[in-house]
Every structure is written in structure tokens, then in C-alpha cells.
Design a protein around this ligand. Structure first.
Ligand SMILES: [Zn+2]
Length: 148
């Protein structure tokens, strides 16, 4: 049993920093560090929720803050489309998931909902192609008996 738990790194991030993060008052490098730590630590995400719930004034400022932050960290619409199709690099996909589900960026959530509404078919189409390939492959298997 080691005294230092490697997952406790984010503990170095203080409540004041989380508050500044929510208020969009952090310099970009620190913002990136906090976001990375949040992605890696469920306990830090829980702390962020606590801080968020504690902030009476947060809702007054959050929308503007998120819109400003959006220009820095929001995925493009095209990237969101790839995210929907699960066609992104896993790291980038994880980041978008974080951005949508933890940051809860209203701009991207709206964008994604819009894309989902427009593209109900693509993932169904992909699934059907995959099914066809599977059927083809299994018939090849049957034909394989003819080989010497
Ligand atoms: Zn966004």
C-alpha cells in the first residue's frame, strides 16, 4: 500500500480553482489542465458538481462564460457529426463526450441534437452494411468447401 495514490493528482486543484474554472476566469493553460484533470478523475468531477451547486451567482454568468469558452473548446459541426457516427479518434471522442456531458455546453448539445435529428439514417445504414458483410463472409465460408 503506497501512501500516495496516483489518482490523487487532481487533489492539487483547489476549490477556488474550480470556482474560477466555472466562472471562466482561468488562463487557457490552467483551463486545459483543469479539464484534463476532470476527465481523469471522477472524484474531481463530483467536487466540481458540489462547487457548481454552491454557486448562487453561477447561473447568472454561466451562459456568457460558456459561449466565450465555446470559441476555444467547442468541436466543429463536422466533428460533432463524426462523433455521432463514432468515427473519431478515441481521445477526441472522449473529449467531446466530456464537453457535452460534463461541461454540458448548451451550444454543442443543441448542435448535436440538430445533427441527430437530421441523420437518423447514417448509423442505421452503416449497421446494415456491416450486416451484409457478415452475411457475405459467412457464405464465403460455405463456398470454401469447393477449394482443393
Ligand atoms: Zn461546446
Amino acid at each position: 500500500m503506497s501512501r500516495e495514490d496516483p489518482t490523487q493528482g487532481p487533489a492539487a486543484i483547489e476549490e477556488e480553482t474550480l470556482r474560477a474554472y466555472l466562472a471562466d476566469r482561468l488562463p487557457p493553460e490552467l483551463m486545459a489542465r483543469v479539464e484534463k484533470a476532470l476527465r481523469e478523475s471522477a472524484s474531481l468531477r463530483a467536487r466540481l458538481e458540489d462547487v457548481r451547486n454552491d454557486r448562487d451567482d453561477f447561473h447568472l454568468h454561466s451562459l456568457g462564460a460558456i459561449w466565450r469558452r465555446s470559441r476555444l473548446t467547442c468541436p466543429t459541426r463536422q466533428q460533432l457529426g463524426s462523433y455521432l457516427l463514432d468515427a473519431l479518434d478515441p481521445d477526441l471522442g472522449a473529449y467531446f463526450q466530456f464537453h457535452l456531458e460534463v461541461v454540458e455546453c448548451p451550444f454543442c448539445q443543441a448542435n448535436l441534437a440538430d445533427l441527430e435529428a437530421q441523420s437518423v439514417t447514417p448509423s442505421a445504414a452503416i449497421a446494415s452494411v456491416t450486416r451484409q458483410q457478415r452475411i457475405l463472409r459467412s457464405s464465403e465460408h460455405l463456398l470454401g468447401d469447393d477449394n482443393p
